[in-house]
Write a protein of this length. Structure first.
Ligand code: SF4
Length: 123
């Protein structure tokens, strides 16, 4: 059996608790140091399949602004962040855009969608 210990700083709130995660054969066996349930959830995910929130903007034509705010939903695997950002940079949409519109489906093969996080009216 292969065991491993990870020391993490929780990023779910400004408290920044130090969390220790024990793994055996890639599975989490123990989480300590967290102050709340959110910290345990963060640590379990971070130890096995880390994800990150991605927010950005996509270029837009014909709108009152040249870009529209977007977010990847759900959060994307950490190792895919650069591929996701490349896809977002390459994308262009036409106004109008409505909050919640899927602008890029299955971005970079992650299973996450890039959705508008704000409305963009036509100019
Ligand atoms: S464990 Fe809870 S209290 Fe501590 S940083 Fe994470 S979210 Fe905040």
């Amino acid at each position: 059996m292969e065991t491993k210990t990870m020391n993490l700083t929780c990023i779910r709130c400004p408290m920044g608790c130090s969390i220790r995660v024990e793994l055996a054969d890639g599975a989490v066996t123990s989480v300590t140091g967290n102050t709340c349930r959110r910290g345990e959830e963060y640590a379990r995910t971070e130890a096995v399949a880390p994800v990150r929130t991605v927010t950005s903007t996509v270029k837009a034509r014909g709108g009152v602004r040249p870009v529209v705010a977007v977010k990847a939903v759900p959060d994307v695997p950490k190792q895919s962040i650069f591929a996701v950002m490349d896809a977002i940079r390459a994308a262009k949409v036409c106004a109008p855009v409505h909050i919640g519109d899927v602008l890029i489906a299955d971005v970079a093969g992650t299973g996450s969608n890039v959705v508008a996080s704000a409305d963009l009216a036509k100019a």
